[in-house]
Design a binder for this molecule. Structure first.
Ligand code: E4P
Length: 217
């Protein structure tokens, strides 16, 4: 399973990238706002830093304008994936932008039927939002499982990019179901390394080691 980082914070991306944990990056207008950076500048910096796909989102709502914005964003670097919302206009924009050879990430997906349409129009990635479904008491993981089943039934090669990941369990479940990619905030990726039994075990080892009076270096 590929790991994308869901942030526009350069330092956080760089730290994870140095560890070989970054297969790509996703941004959105809210993340750009939080970074306080200019979208074109920060996106270029991210693209220079990582080899994998970097999603940059259009903000227009009409297909024609989304296509124009998408072409501009795609011009930033070869590894840009143009992100369009899962609206009718977004699907039209996806069709044109993907036909032109661009990677397209169709975002804000909340149903299996929406995912089916995204695959039909040539999306490279479909982004079902798990956490935001959980927020309204719908199990977001069920959507990932439904899309996996449907895509496999028909051999669609659109990659399932499990998004709006808020917990480490979302990561485990996405991997169990067979999502192609997860995108998670840096904090969630760091938490994957944590376990209370690791902390307790380490404390016991350190206490016992101190009793030996020995040193390795
Ligand atoms: C994905 O591409 C989105 O940027 C992101 O996962 C949304 O997550 P949120 O629902 O936590 O804002």
């Amino acid at each position: 399973m590929k790991f994308f980082v869901d942030t526009a914070e350069i330092d956080a991306i760089a730290e994870l990238n140095d560890l070989g944990m970054v297969d790509g990056v996703t941004t959105n207008p809210s993340l750009i706002m939080k970074s306080g950076r200019d979208i074109l500048e920060v996106t270029k910096e991210i693209c220079d830093l990582v080899d994998g796909p970097v999603s940059a989102e259009v903000v227009a709502t009409k297909a024609e304008d989304m296509i124009a914005e998408g072409r501009k964003l795609a011009g930033i670097a070869d590894n840009i994936a143009v992100k369009v919302p899962l609206t009718w206009d977004g699907l039209k924009a996806c069709k044109v932008l993907s036909s032109e050879g661009n990677m397209v990430n169709v975002t804000l997906c909340f149903s299996a039927n929406q995912a089916l349409l995204a695959a039909k129009v040539g999306a490279t990635f479909i982004s079902p939002f798990i956490g935001r479904l959980d927020d309204i008491d719908i199990d977001g993981m069920d959507l990932i499982a439904d899309i996996r089943l449907i895509y496999d039934n028909y051999g669609y090669d659109t990659q399932i990019l499990a998004a709006s990941i808020r917990t480490v369990n979302h990561v485990t479940e996405s991997a169990r179901i067979g999502a192609d990619v997860i995108t998670a905030p840096p904090g969630v990726i760091r938490k994957l390394a944590e376990h209370p039994l690791t902390d307790n075990g380490l404390a016991v080892f350190m206490a016992d080691w101190a009793k030996t009076g020995q040193k390795i270096l």
